[in-house]
Design a protein around this ligand. Sequence first.
Ligand SMILES: [Zn+2]
Length: 125
Amino acid sequence: MKNLRKGDEILFRFVRRNMESMAARYRLPLKRVLPLEKENCARYFGRCEKDGTIFVRVRNASKDGRWKGIDEPYQIIDTMSHELAHLITLDHTQQWFDLHIMILGDMSGRRVFHILTSFHEQRHR
Ligand SMILES: [Zn+2]
């Protein structure tokens, strides 16, 4: 994964694995999950394409790649569910929002958030 900084691959793989299992659980047409390219990521955290490819970034676009404090796990888990919900529609409709919130709650219940918090603490120690 050439777009990832050293040390971010384990985090990205964790994100991808959880997105794949959520997609299977909700029967969403996920094709693949890829890291968002650094030069392309200043304005958003993820992107979903028509063919079911989702791009997610695990680093902020700022120089040191950090979010402020605990924002990081929140941001990543929010991006994961936001983009997964786009697999049913690319627009921000009520249907998209309902699925986004459902997946977000589901992942929180599965301790995904707590694990992302551990990654954050370990990466920015
Ligand atoms: Zn969106």
